[in-house]
Design a binder for this molecule. Structure first.
Ligand SMILES: NC(=O)c1ccc[n+]([C@@H]2O[C@H](COP(=O)([O-])OP(=O)(O)OC[C@H]3O[C@@H](n4cnc5c(N)ncnc54)[C@H](O)[C@@H]3O)[C@@H](O)[C@H]2O)c1
Length: 327
């Protein structure tokens, strides 16, 4: 297939690009490099430097690219995604994440492109209570502008697909970790907040000691529980998702997670086995629910997808990736 990957120079988008190219697909990347990186761009992809919110540039790229062969699918990763920052800068988030999706859809409709794969997030569920397991049927009540912009985008995509006979594959990711097995790409950014790379930065003494926030949650060891998914497993799901909507002419929305929860203390203990490191305990942070776990039954049933990598693989590959970045 011929895929247009918007945000393909970022962490997840670049991994999807690598896996698409490994599987023999043709890839075009559009990215404004705001949080992405030129180093992440696969040498066999065609790259356009451009912003998704610039309708003229988007139209020019699509006109050039679709002259001889149209895109079979557009994949969208081009979002701002830091929840606390979204509370500080809500309008930037709405412009980038919602206006960007609107323009992308406008251009897709104009160029008769029928299939979209969209990166959404567990943040659309908002406060998670009870057993902490999220199914796709659960209520969506985001608690920050980031989650809200993703939910608005999901709904916009659904309505536009319905009107123009298009198909969507919306994936709600949980905590993404790990690096691609080539170790050429991984999460390579300043001021990382994600748990796995933050822990590995402490293991490698790149940053100060890691702090576990909260020890009195209603969990076995008192630290909060999350679901982790390897970035390469996400990439595999994207290819399966694209093939599913193209071949079946049907849309789908599903979670991508492992169906398994690990506490922050579990993650720290596993990382200590790679190399012992110092860490501290601190107070609970506001808005952190005690348990968030993905039900991934739908992705398994519809796509035949199953995560291949576990938390140890995520920690090890992030460690190897970060160790070589440090050199
Ligand atoms: N990383 C996670 O744990 C996680 C979890 C849930 C959902 N997601 C979703 O996955 C997607 C990708 O996340 P990521 O971790 O790879 O982030 P990232 O910041 O590494 O990648 C985003 C990419 O999009 C590009 N981009 C941003 N705005 C753009 C614009 N206006 N025009 C063109 N390019 C633009 C950036 O330069 C970057 O290359 C996002 O939509 C995010 O909401 C990520």
């Amino acid at each position: 297939m011929k895929a247009c990957v918007i945000g393909g120079a970022g962490y997840i988008g670049s991994t999807v690009v690598y896996e698409l190219i490994n599987a023999g697909h043709e890839v075009v990347i559009i990215d404004n490099l705001s949080t992405g990186n030129r180093r992440n761009i696969h040498k066999d992809a065609r790259f356009y430097f451009g912003d998704i919110t610039d309708e003229n540039i988007m139209n020019q790229i699509f006109t050039t690219e679709c002259k001889e062969k149209s895109f079979d699918v557009v994949m969208h990763f081009a979002a701002k995604l830091i929840a606390p920052e979204s509370l500080e800068k809500p309008l930037e988030y709405y412009k980038n994440n919602v206006e960007g999706v609107r323009i992308m859809l406008e251009v897709m409709v104009k160029h008769h492109i029928k299939n979209i794969v969209f990166s959404s997030t567990a943040a659309v569920y908002g406060e998670v209570s009870g057993d902490g397991i999220c199914t796709e049927e659960d209520n969506t009540k985001p608690i920050n502008p980031y989650g809200e912009t993703k939910l608005v985008s999901e709904n916009m995509i659904k309505w536009v697909c319905r009107r123009y006979d298009m198909h969507y594959c919306i994936f709600r990711y949980f905590n993404v970790g790990g690096a691609h097995e080539s170790l050429e790409i991984g999460l390579d950014k300043e001021n990382i907040t994600a748990l796995i790379p933050r822990i590995i930065e402490s293991v490698l003494k790149i940053k100060d000691n890691f702090t576990i926030f909260g020890t009195d949650y209603d969990t076995l060891d008192g630290t909060c529980i999350r679901d982790y998914i390897h970035v390469t497993d996400l990439a595999t799901a994207h290819i399966l998702g694209a093939e599913y909507i193209i071949n079946n002419k049907q849309s789908l929305l599903c979670n991508l997670g492992s169906n398994h929860g690990y506490s922050v203390q579990d993650v720290v203990n596993k990382a200590s086995k790679i190399k012992p490191f110092k860490y501290n305990y601190g107070p609970k942070r506001e808005g952190d629910p005690s348990k968030v776990i993905a039900s991934n039954i739908k992705a398994k049933e519809l796509l035949g997808w199953k995560p291949k990598y576990d938390l140890d693989d995520m920690l090890k590959s992030d460690y190897e990736f970060r160790k070589q970045l440090k050199k």
